[in-house]
Design a protein around this ligand. Structure first.
Ligand code: SF4
Length: 287
């Protein structure tokens, strides 16, 4: 029997605000999974803390919700243990570019075969709208009515500087394009970083659907854009317009397991090789 989106629906009611981009993002993800024919029992998702993390029980897959900034190492662990699973790390901009920034760097450099889905709503929304490093400079935020004094991080350029095997940018205002991007990211043999510019009508009112229509363009609209060219990708990120699509791919990079020579001819996964240890004799010392 073929999969449908209902197979991914959980019975829990979303708590996101009306109009939140998380609704569109989850719909895009489920559509992509159905079209790739990945069943809920073949998928592991790690979730972080934040409004995005509140989606952990809103999708019917194997999942784990970790500490702030730690969904990427959880995904890496799941992938290393069992490559039969499709693995997705779900994380917000606050977690990804603050507490979890080291994990992002190492996952991309190691090129683990996972997909990192970054919900970039440009604020710590769960804790009522504090500035993250991707918030525009001088934008008034909760606790900082005159804006954050520190400079912002251009997260797109930062990701590109890591030489990822796949970097794409989508937006929750275009769920059909986002779904295609997620499909390509999952199919990539390596670490796919997908930044989703996500609407947060509660704490980032500047980024409205109307604003998105006027300011966001697609790489598909550019003549001769080649996402295998680092030069093209760098130029597009310097452009004053925001472009969505697959920004950059590096097909020459080997994935992590392709570089682990001592497991080259091993047919089992680590999860098959775990030995069950009886610890009952140790516990008697604490009786
Ligand atoms: Fe969505 Fe923003 Fe509401 Fe969080 S605060 S649920 S990100 S709209």
């Amino acid at each position: 029997m073929s999969l449908t989106i209902k197979d991914y629906n959980s019975t829990n009611t979303p708590t996101w605000c009306p109009g939140c981009g998380n609704f569109a993002l989850h719909a895009s993800l489920k559509k992509a999974l159905v079209e790739l024919n990945i069943s809920p029992s073949e998928l592991f998702m790690s979730f972080d803390i934040g409004c995005n993390g509140n989606g952990a029980d809103k999708i019917n897959v194997y999942g784990f919700k970790g500490l702030h900034g730690r969904s990427i190492p959880l995904a890496v662990g799941a992938h290393l243990a069992n490559r039969r699973f499709t693995v997705i790390a779900d994380i917000g901009d606050g977690a990804c570019f603050h507490e979890g920034i080291d994990h992002l760097i190492h996952a991309v450099k190691a090129n683990y075969n996972i997909t990192i889905l970054i919900h970039n709503n440009q604020n710590f929304a769960l804790t009522t709208g504090q500035a993250t490093v991707s918030t525009q400079e001088e934008k008034p935020m909760y606790g900082l009515p005159k804006g954050r004094p520190e400079r912002s991080l251009n997260v797109s350029k930062f990701i590109l500087s890591l030489d990822p095997s796949f970097y794409a940018r989508g937006t929750s205002t275009d769920p059909l394009q986002l779904s295609e991007i997620i499909k390509s990211g999952i199919e990539n043999n390596g670490c796919s970083v997908i930044e989703v510019i996500q609407i947060c009508p509660k704490y980032n009112k500047d980024f409205s659907p109307e604003w998105a229509i006027q300011n966001i363009k697609k790489t598909d609209s550019l003549e001769n854009y080649n996402n295998l060219s680092l030069k093209n990708a760098t130029e597009i990120l310097d452009n004053s317009s925001i472009y969505t699509g697959i920004i950059y791919r590096n097909n020459t990079l080997k994935s992590f397991y392709e570089r682990v020579h001592n497991r080259k001819d091993t047919l089992t996964e680590l999860v098959d090789e775990v030995k069950i240890q009886d610890t009952a004799h140790l516990l008697k010392y604490f009786e």
